[in-house]
Design a protein. Structure first.
Length: 141
């Protein structure tokens, strides 16, 4: 398991507290306002019964990139909904990369697109995420 304090290239509290993404071996490649890139190498324990990457784990990778992209300040922005289109299967040893980009923010609502590619650059999934900036305060770091 990856040390949650070491899985990312930044020091944001959001990332330090994300034990789920760390446990999946995700690595933050880019963390900029409105944009994030996160990668994950597919392990055998990430496969479904058809020996392909479990769709929930592909979505988890996209969701992590989405969360980083939409949390641009000290507030708490969460997913209000998301849709995923699975376009190609992947398997053990492949590296998936999720690239999340802000499309629009109006008031407390945001719209983000996430493209998931394999190590060759082929698109394996697309996600459209909707965010909501809450009035919550983040937990202590």
């Amino acid at each position: 398991m990856t040390d949650p304090a070491m899985w990312f290239h930044g020091q944001r509290p959001l990332l330090r507290r994300d034990h789920a993404s760390a446990a999946l071996g995700m690595v933050v490649e880019r963390d900029e306002p409105g944009e994030a890139i996160v990668s994950m190498r597919v392990r055998e324990d990430m496969l479904n019964g058809f020996a392909i990457t479990h769709g929930g784990l592909v979505f988890a990778l996209a969701d992590t990139a989405f969360a980083i992209a939409c949390n641009e300040d000290d507030g708490v922005t969460v997913a209000a909904g998301a849709d995923i289109a699975f376009l190609a299967p992947t398997g053990v040893g492949q590296t998936l990369t999720a690239h999340a980009r802000r499309r629009a923010v109006v008031g407390r609502a945001g719209l983000y697109d996430v493209t998931i590619t394999d190590e060759t650059g082929a698109v394996v999934a697309e996600v459209r995420g909707r965010s909501l900036t809450t009035r919550r305060t983040p937990p202590d770091a």
